[in-house]
Every structure is written in structure tokens, then in C-alpha cells.
Design a protein around this ligand. Structure first.
Ligand SMILES: Nc1ncnc2c1ncn2[C@@H]1O[C@H](COP(=O)(O)OP(=O)(O)OP(=O)(O)O)[C@@H](O)[C@H]1O
Length: 282
């Protein structure tokens, strides 16, 4: 039965940019959140997405995953224009991404295992319960949760465990693309560092491409390959942190040259020297 499901699984994407956005416009009434926004996400990278509050990071993510219909522009995911499809239309890409929404967004009346099984049941209704249970158990362990977390309800988990459970659900379909909206928000620094290390490890071992919205400077320094900056209704710059520091946009300078950023950079350098997990590529 799993073989049948695998037979229908799409081929792995080998292009350079699994996400390509051109000329994106999103408006709410007269208020434009994005105007002529362009962005390309490289295969295999963790792209950090930053910007001030309300600059449209979440709206951008929702546009890419088809939850927000743009007013103008083109969004290609795995080479298919998703803006040309109706939200509920099956276009063969929706089962190739996983999403961890802000706050984890687990179904509170379902156990962790049942939460992980939601996307599996949606896309592979032919899978029997025993196999669903096995896959859910595997995903739970993959995200560093103990196996006995599987039958627990979200209310029985700590904040960090909830994030991992949300990640387990996002990984349920073996996605190639992962979208995360502020995954370390609300975690203590140690929990956040562990989550970052897990994310980097999973990205590298599973060959994921990650679109990661974050306000966490430590996360940017530790695990992001590049960072995209949203301001003035557009992506004003994309690059490694050293590359961004070369640009003279005031928001970028204030953000990456401010005291918090310098502290994060120092922690990152110290961690690298001690070969701690908070080491990244950027
Ligand atoms: N459904 C909606 N209807 C009207 N306005 C919306 C809607 N969704 C988002 N907005 C507006 O779009 C703008 C961008 O919102 P978005 O949530 O993408 O910001 P953000 O960059 O993710 O912010 P934060 O960092 O605070 O989470 C905000 O001004 C918000 O009020």
C-alpha cells in the first residue's frame, strides 16, 4: 500500500530555484503590502526572511502556499505557476511542502500522532491505520521527541515539544520544501538553539529547502544560508549576512549593526570556536 502511494509521489525537483516570485502585488483594500516584489529561493538553502512588523512576511508565505491570492505577479513553485490555480485545485505541488505556522497550530483535540496523520490522510487516504501509526511514530522521533509523546495531547507538551510536534506534522509528507513562521518565538534561548540545530540537521540530511520567517537574530547567524529582507513593500536585499552588511539601507544597517545583532554575531563566533551546535553557513 505504501508502494502504491510512493508510485504516485512526484519526482524530486532538480531545478535551481524551487520558489520563484516575480512582480508580486498584494493589496488589502487600498493598502498595498507588496508591490512588484521579486524573490528566488535556492534549492537546499535555509532562507531567513526578516523585516519589521507588518512588512508582509506572513502574507508572502501565505501567497507562496496558495492561501492568499495575489493581486498581480507570478509565483512558481517547482516550476508551476501556483497563482494560475484555484486554492483547492490539485496542482501536484501541495503535497510537496510542509508548513509550521506561527504558534505551532496543532489541533488541540488530536494527539501528536493524530496531528501528524492529518496531512497523510488528506493526501494518501488509502494508507491503513497501522502504517499511519508507524509513519507518525517515525516523524515524532525524527524531530527529537520521545516516542511516548505520540499519544499525548498538545496541552500535555512543553512549548518546545509543541514546536517539534508541529515540525513532525510539517514533515509528514516527506516534503522537499518547508515553510516556518517564527518557529523559535516563545522558546527560551536553550530551547531555541536546540530547535535551530535540529532544523539545520534535518535540512542537510533530508535535502530540504527552507523558507524561515524569523525575528530571532541568533537563528539568522546560526543556521541561515541567506537572508531576505522585506521593507518598502519589496524584498530589498537577499544575501549572506556579510553581504547584507555591505548594503547601506538604513533598516538593514540598524538591524544588523544594532547591539542585539552584534551580540548574536559574537555568540555565533564563540559557538563556532567551541564547535557548538549554533554554527551555520551564513
Ligand atoms: N487578511 C488580512 N486582511 C487585511 N489586512 C491584512 C490581512 N492579513 C494581513 N494584513 C495586513 O498586511 C500587513 C502584513 O501582515 P503580515 O502578517 O504579513 O506581517 P508580518 O511581516 O508577518 O508581521 P509580524 O512580523 O508582526 O508577524 C499588515 O499590515 C496586516 O495588518
Amino acid at each position: 500500500m505504501l508502494d502504491d502511494a510512493l508510485d504516485t509521489a512526484p519526482e524530486e525537483w532538480h531545478g535551481e530555484h524551487p520558489i520563484k516570485i516575480e512582480g508580486l502585488v498584494n493589496r488589502f483594500g487600498d493598502f498595498a503590502v507588496h508591490e512588484n516584489l521579486d524573490l528566488k529561493v535556492k534549492r537546499g538553502e535555509i532562507l531567513g526572511v526578516v523585516g519589521g512588523s507588518g512588512t508582509g512576511k506572513s502574507v508572502l508565505m501565505r501567497s507562496i502556499i496558495g492561501l492568499q491570492i495575489p493581486d498581480e505577479g507570478c509565483i512558481e513553485v517547482f516550476g508551476k505557476d501556483i497563482t494560475a490555480a484555484e486554492p483547492d485545485e490539485e496542482i501536484g505541488v501541495r503535497n510537496r511542502w510542509g508548513v509550521l505556522f506561527q504558534g505551532g497550530a496543532l489541533f488541540s483535540t488530536l494527539t501528536v500522532a493524530e496531528n501528524v496523520q492529518v496531512p497523510l490522510k488528506q493526501f494518501y487516504p488509502e494508507l491503513d491505520q497501522q502504517l499511519l501509526d508507524e509513519i507518525a511514530r517515525y516523524k515524532v522521533v525524527l524531530t527529537g521527541l520521545p516516542e511516548d509523546a505520540a499519544p499525548k495531547y498538545p496541552s500535555e507538551l512543553s512549548g518546545g515539544m509543541k514546536k517539534r510536534a508541529g515540525l513532525a506534522r510539517a514533515l509528514a509528507l516527506d516534503p522537499e520544501l518547508l515553510f516556518l513562521d517564527e518557529p523559535t518565538a516563545g522558546l527560551d534561548p536553550i530551547g531555541a538553539a536546540k530547535f535551530d540545530a535540529l532544523l539545520r540537521e534535518l535540512t542537510d540530511t533530508l535535502g530540504l529547502t527552507v523558507f524561515l520567517i524569523t525575528h530571532d537574530l541568533d537563528t539568522l547567524y546560526a543556521i541561515c544560508d541567506r537572508v531576505a529582507v522585506l521593507a518598502d513593500k519589496q524584498v530589498i536585499a537577499v544575501g549572506t549576512i556579510p553581504e547584507l552588511l555591505q548594503t547601506d539601507h538604513p533598516w538593514i544597517q540598524e538591524y544588523f549593526n544594532g547591539p542585539r545583532s552584534r551580540a548574536a554575531a559574537t555568540t555565533h563566533e564563540a559557538g563556532k570556536a567551541m564547535d557548538k551546535p549554533r554554527t551555520g553557513k551564513a
